[in-house]
Structures are given as C-alpha cells and as structure tokens.
Design a protein around this ligand. Structure first.
Ligand SMILES: [Zn+2]
Length: 336
C-alpha cells in the first residue's frame, strides 16, 4: 500500500516501500536537543522513523530561538525542558512517530541505560566528554552513531560504526577544558546547524535503510566560504576503544563534576543524587529565608546576583559565573 504521507520519499529508488518500512520500525536516539538536535528530530519525524528518544537536560531560552528550529517564544517564556517542548511539537508534525522525552544529563553512569533498545544514535551534543562517553556506549551496545559538530561557520559530520574507525581513533583523550569548544567565543551561524543537522538526518536514514549507503568519510562544511570537503577516516590500530575494547569513559574517573556551559556565563555541576525531592529542598531553603520557585522539573533561586537552577537528578546550573570554584561554593552554601 502506498502511504501518501511518504509518497515523495518512497519514490526514491534507494528508499522504496522496503526502505520506508525499515524507517518505520527503527528506534533512534537523539542525544541533545539544541541547534543540531531540533533539526535532526524534525527531519526524522517527518521522514517516518518509528520511534525517537530525545535526551536533553536543558530548558528552552530566548537565545536558543535563533537556530533551534522546533522552539517558540512561548516555550522560552515557560522555560520548558527542551525534550518536552520538542516532543509536543513533533507530535503535531507526525502523530505516527512515537517520541519519548528524557529530561536528563548524559553521563557515565546512565550512558548505557539511556540508549537501551535503540538501533542508532545521533549526536547533537556540544562537547568532547559527552561524545567520548557516547562513543564508548555505542561500541559497547554494538550500534552506530552519527557525529555532528558546528561552531562559527564551520561544521562537520561522520558516521561511526561498531567495527570502527571510531571517534576515539580521532580524539584519543579529553582535551583540556575549553579547547575545541569554541561556540562560547565565536558564536554559531544559524544556517550552519541546519546544514549539519540535515547531513546527520540523511546519514541516519541511510544507515537505517542500508549500512552500505552510509558515508564512510568525514564531511566538513564552511558556510562562510561556501564549500564542502571530505576527509578520509582511518582506524587507529592502537585505539583503546574500538581496537582494545576499553570503555574508559563509562567509568567515573574521566568525568568532571563541574563544567563551563558552552555559550553561556554558566557552570553545570553534576552530582549523583538520585533521590532528591525538589519540593522538600525548596521548603528547607525557604525556611532559611530564600525566595524559591519550584516545579516538578526544577528549583530556582537567586543568591547575590547568581542564579541557581537545581534539577531533580541533582544537577545544578549556576548562571552568572563561569568560575567553577565559585559555582561549587554557591552550591555547597545553599545545598551542602
Ligand atoms: Zn577507535
């Protein structure tokens, strides 16, 4: 039966009814729902991927709207979690797609469980630590992932399959904090993330239809110069991850508890507090004279010009500083 929703897609020789059926039964994770993630999620939803799991820890802000295509001013005013706002919008676009929103950080201890029962993951994160963690998790689970990155006017994408070459063949260890994470300095050209997200969505769909039609090189695009170029990917025969099977980034040693958030005057503190009750914590802070706003997703308060947003899993976003030790002092003063 020809499904008219997808008729322009099934008409493509490399898709056809069989390819469309594969898309319809595929389970895909989108890790990060910012500039790249919103584009990827929308294209996969319109293309009829059966199930999407959108994982993101942040809330929608006004400064996101320049490039994060699923969100509206209303989402930013409400400070809705990005994963929830995306799920709502995607449901309006294609109600045949099952979308699951996961409002969570992606760290070493949940790296495998958050990707359970997925066929493929699309990387829409903004830092090396998360990508190295994702790389280890996907190798462990034996599933492919599609890398994407964008800063300034330059972006890139590559596919990493279980047999390698893998991301760690290219990036052996975590660069020093700040190195290579240039979006806080240089900004991001809005059209760039749409191009890179579209490349990622195309590769994800191709890998689902047939691994053989996915690209095996790295593509780089510079929208200021208006050029694409490709670089071949080589497997590193001494790679700890895909050659020796080590999963260094699935253990706590490689993870920092405080990171400066790309593009903002903020520090993210990661604490492992699974049983945190935001309403109980809010009452305790109010008893100490603080004015607190709280809902089931987050607790928010101001402290000497610094804003603290505490999430239900213990993560805290400290806005108004990029000094990690000051952020830790504020956190410990209020919540320690
Ligand atoms: Zn490797």
């Amino acid at each position: 039966m020809l499904n008219s929703r997808y008729s322009r897609q099934t008409a493509l020789p490399f898709v056809g009814e069989q390819g469309q059926a594969r898309l319809g039964s595929a389970r895909v994770g989108v890790l990060g729902c910012g500039a790249l993630g919103t584009v990827v999620a929308e294209l996969l939803t319109r293309g009829g991927v059966g199930y999407l799991r959108i994982i993101d820890r942040d809330v929608v802000e006004l400064s996101n709207l320049q490039r994060q295509t699923l969100f509206t001013e209303h989402d930013a005013e409400q400070r809705l979690p990005k994963a929830m706002a995306a799920m709502q919008r995607l449901g309006e676009i294609n109600s045949e797609v099952r979308v699951e929103a996961v409002v969570s950080d992606y760290v070493w201890h949940n790296a495998l469980s958050l990707l359970s029962e997925l066929d493929l993951v699309v990387d829409a994160t903004d830092n090396y630590l998360t990508r190295l963690t994702l790389n280890d998790a996907c190798l462990e689970l034996g599933i492919p992932w599609v890398y994407g990155g964008a800063a300034g006017s330059v972006g890139m994408s590559a596919n990493f399959l279980p047999q390698g070459p893998c991301f760690r063949c290219l990036v052996r260890d975590l660069p020093a904090l700040g190195v290579g994470e240039s979006c806080d300095v240089s900004g991001v050209f809005g059209p760039l993330t749409v191009v890179v997200g579209a490349v990622q969505a195309a590769e994800a769909m191709k890998l689902i239809i047939s691994l053989a039609i996915g690209r095996s090189d790295l593509v780089e695009v510079d929208l200021l110069k208006g050029v694409f170029r490709t670089l071949s990917l080589q497997k590193d025969n001494s790679c700890p991850a895909c050659e020796y099977g080590m999963r260094d980034f699935l253990s706590p040693e490689h993870h920092q508890s405080a990171t400066v958030v790309c593009g903002r005057d903020s520090v993210l503190l990661q604490q492992n507090l699974a049983d945190l009750d935001l309403f109980v914590t809010a009452k305790r802070l109010e008893a100490r004279g603080h004015s607190v706003r709280v809902n089931k997703f987050r607790l928010q308060l101001e402290f000497f010009g610094i804003e603290l947003i505490l999430f239900g899993d213990g993560r805290a976003l400290i806005n108004g500083t990029n000094d990690t030790s000051l952020a830790k002092r504020v956190y410990n003063e209020l919540l320690g």
